[in-house]
Design a protein. Structure first.
Length: 143
């Protein structure tokens, strides 16, 4: 594996770490709320039921967000490595994606201003699609 390819794996690990941090935040908020309000866990059996019962859902919403566009991000990284397209542009875009997702999560879990959160989301999504563009360009060149 090339040094650039190894560098591309660090943002993947960082994205997984972000997911772990949000998962911990989810349960750090949810379990005390369930205990404090003496909620029957069965009342939370589905997201639809939980939405009508729980008051603090920001971490749960953010956790779900981390399995939407980030899936595209995590899928393209090994493909870039396999296509020998893990150059400096890919590494920079990958780190930009992770930084913007950290910003998105920080906004979502704190003051939750939708416009600010959307800007971080949109910019990170463009980074993910740009990574797919780099993969497409590498495959085109190799054909």
């Amino acid at each position: 594996m090339t040094p650039a390819a190894r560098l591309l794996l660090w943002p993947a690990l960082a994205q997984v770490l972000l997911t772990l941090v949000v998962w911990v935040a989810l349960y750090a908020a949810r379990l005390p709320e369930i205990a404090r309000r003496r909620l029957d866990p069965q009342r939370l059996a589905t997201s639809r039921l939980a939405a009508g019962v729980l008051e603090d859902v920001a971490a749960a919403d953010n956790f779900r967000n981390l399995f939407e566009v980030p899936v595209l991000f995590l899928a393209v990284l090994p493909l870039l490595v396999l296509a020998d397209a893990a150059g400096p542009a890919a590494v920079a875009l990958a780190w930009a994606f992770v930084a913007l997702r950290v910003l998105h999560s920080a906004i979502h879990l704190t003051y939750n201003r939708v416009v600010h959160r959307f800007l971080a989301y949109a910019a990170s999504t463009l980074c993910a699609f740009a990574l797919w563009g780099l993969l497409a360009a590498a495959l085109w060149r190799a054909a």
